[in-house]
Design a protein around this ligand. Structure first.
Ligand SMILES: CC1(C)CN=C(N2CCN(c3ncnc4sc(CC(F)F)cc34)CC2)S1
Length: 495
């Protein structure tokens, strides 16, 4: 990888957002690859000044803290850090020992060890602003994503074109070798899990496993790796405040990448852009819902619809806007994706996502709709809507199917309590308008099936006559006892 050339130098000093957008545009339209380490250091240094170390000028009335003007980024600052990274990587790897054009598993493990050994012993891994090489080079700290990205940037410095970032919805690893056929863990995942660095991600590991998206992760090109560091920008100053400037820079860069087609295969980056557009709409750009729909289309077109987050981005948006019908559909669609997976102990992030939907967002939605007299009296609320009820049942059916055959239980008493609460809010009449078919039952269309259906119906009617006013059970009674993951209590539930 050529170092920092005049191409890069002439953009400095960076004094405003447009300067950074122009630098990225130039890097991305260059015949040569965009320089990942260089771009990560630039973004990390801007983010540091705008969020971590905000030298915020106070006007005379100290109560009004004004947003700092964009920091001036000097070339020599970036050059010094870039040289430090190149020196660290090149001095740690004796390339004469790896003569081939493609990386080997041994070399991938070696480079991962170089990044790994550059980290301070113990630090809070989930802290914000640990995603960039600026953080690595000035604070020796990286988060899980940052380590994987650092390995890919290091291989670019070493001149390899085959090592690329692979991204799932909660993990990152690398692909390498001829036709990118090889995979390797290069970072840790979650808390209290032994890292598996150097190991391949086999079909057996990835199959029906959400952490590896059932073998459908985002396999990045150099341009999508740039999109990943832009998407990983974290504009938050603290739990309640974001840097307006940093958010605006991230939004501008994401639109730049969008226009160049580099977000087409990156649903989460599209989701991030949709969230930014909700906060601060850009004139003559697609609406947030349209962007979230593009993320769903991307998952359908490129990832066999194995990604969950495109639907939870959309559901969360509709919930915030009070579009409860649409939120219910998006969440039912999300559950229709997760049901194909088996829940394992390393899937806490998606578990928390569905827990919040089922036990917080949905109940509060039902509560607020039950309180709305007008829509309730006129029967226009979701409580009278068979479609909403069908999606509600599809949501829970997906979660139950997710749990089935899983090594770790999903549901516990709180889930059951909240289900009863939400279910009870629907108007009983809504049940007469939906037709429930089991999984895989086809709509039969020939004669004898019609008769069979009639006989079935006849039997159901007879049974209902015998069984006074009680819902005729369609499923078998299952006794199940499992740990309440919250406090480890044992208890029994009947399904
Ligand atoms: C609907 C949500 C709960 C809202 N934010 C979500 N995010 C999901 C994770 N986010 C991401 N956004 C872009 N790229 C990536 S790659 C990755 C895995 C990590 F290990 F590398 C995570 C992630 C951004 C924020 S999902």
């Amino acid at each position: 990888m050529a170092g920092i050339r005049d191409r890069e130098k002439r953009h400095f000093p960076l004094q405003q957002i447009q300067d950074v957008v122009n630098l990225f545009k130039d890097q991305l339209s260059d015949s040569d690859e965009p320089n990942l380490a260089f771009l990560s250091i630039v973004l990390g240094s801007i983010e540091h000044i705008l969020t971590v170390n905000r030298a915020v000028p106070y006007n005379k009335d100290a109560s009004k803290c004004i947003e700092p003007i964009f920091p001036v980024i000097q070339l020599d600052t970036i050059q010094a850090l870039y040289a430090k990274f190149v020196t660290l990587v090149k001095s740690s790897v004796d390339l004469t020992r790896y003569p081939g054009e493609f990386a080997t598993r041994e070399l991938v493990k070696r480079v991962s060890d170089v990044i790994w050994s550059g980290l301070t012993r113990a630090y809070y891994k989930d802290r914000a602003h640990l995603q960039s090489l600026y953080s690595f080079l000035t604070g020796n700290k990286l988060d899980c994503f940052g380590v994987a990205f650092g390995v890919v940037a290091a291989f670019q410095v070493l001149g390899y074109k085959d090592v690329h970032l692979a991204l799932s919805e909660d993990h990152a690893w690398v692909v390498f070798g001829k036709d990118l056929k090889e995979t390797a863990e290069v970072t840790w995942h979650g808390k209290g899990n032994e890292d598996k660095r150097g190991q391949p991600i086999t079909v057996g590991v990835a199959e029906k496993n959400w952490l590896y998206l059932n073998g459908q992760p985002v396999i990045c090109s150099r341009e999508i790796e740039v999109a990943a560091i832009v998407s990983a920008i974290n504009p938050s100053i603290n739990a309640t405040t974001d840097s307006v400037e940093m958010g605006a820079l991230q939004q501008e860069l994401l639109w730049q990448l969008y226009d160049m087609g580099h977000l087409d295969k990156y649903p989460m980056a599209l989701g991030n852009l949709g969230d930014l557009e909700e906060l601060c709409p850009t004139l003559e750009r697609p609406l947030p819902v349209q962007i979230f729909e593009k993320a769903i289309e991307s998952s359908k077109n490129y990832y066999n619809e194995q990604h969950v987050y495109p639907y939870t981005y959309l559901g969360a948006y509709h919930c915030r806007k009070g579009n409860y019908r649409e939120a219910m559909k998006a969440w039912a669609d999300a559950a229709s994706v997760i049901k194909k997976y088996n829940y394992t102990r390393e899937d806490e992030e998606i578990y928390k996502e569905f827990l919040e939907i089922a036990n917080d967002l949905l109940p509060n939605m039902m509560k607020s709709v039950a309180g709305e007299n007008a829509s309730r009296l006129h029967g226009t609320s979701i409580l009278h809507d068979p479609e909403a009820y069908a999606n509600f049942l599809r949501f829970y059916d997906g979660i139950c199917q997710w749990e089935e055959d899983s090594p770790t239980p999903v549901l516990h008493i709180t889930w059951a309590k909240q289900l009863v609460f939400s279910l009870g809010k629907f108007d009983p009449k809504v049940r007469n308008y939906i037709d429930i078919h089991g999984e895989g039952e086809e709509e039969d269309d020939d004669e004898e099936d019609e008769e069979e259906e009639e006989e079935e119906e006849e039997k159901r009617r007879d049974l209902e006559k015998k069984v006074p006013q009680k819902e005729v059970s369609k499923g078998r009674k299952r006794k199940r006892s499992h740990k309440n993951s919250e406090n480890g209590d044992e208890y029994e539930t009947n399904h």
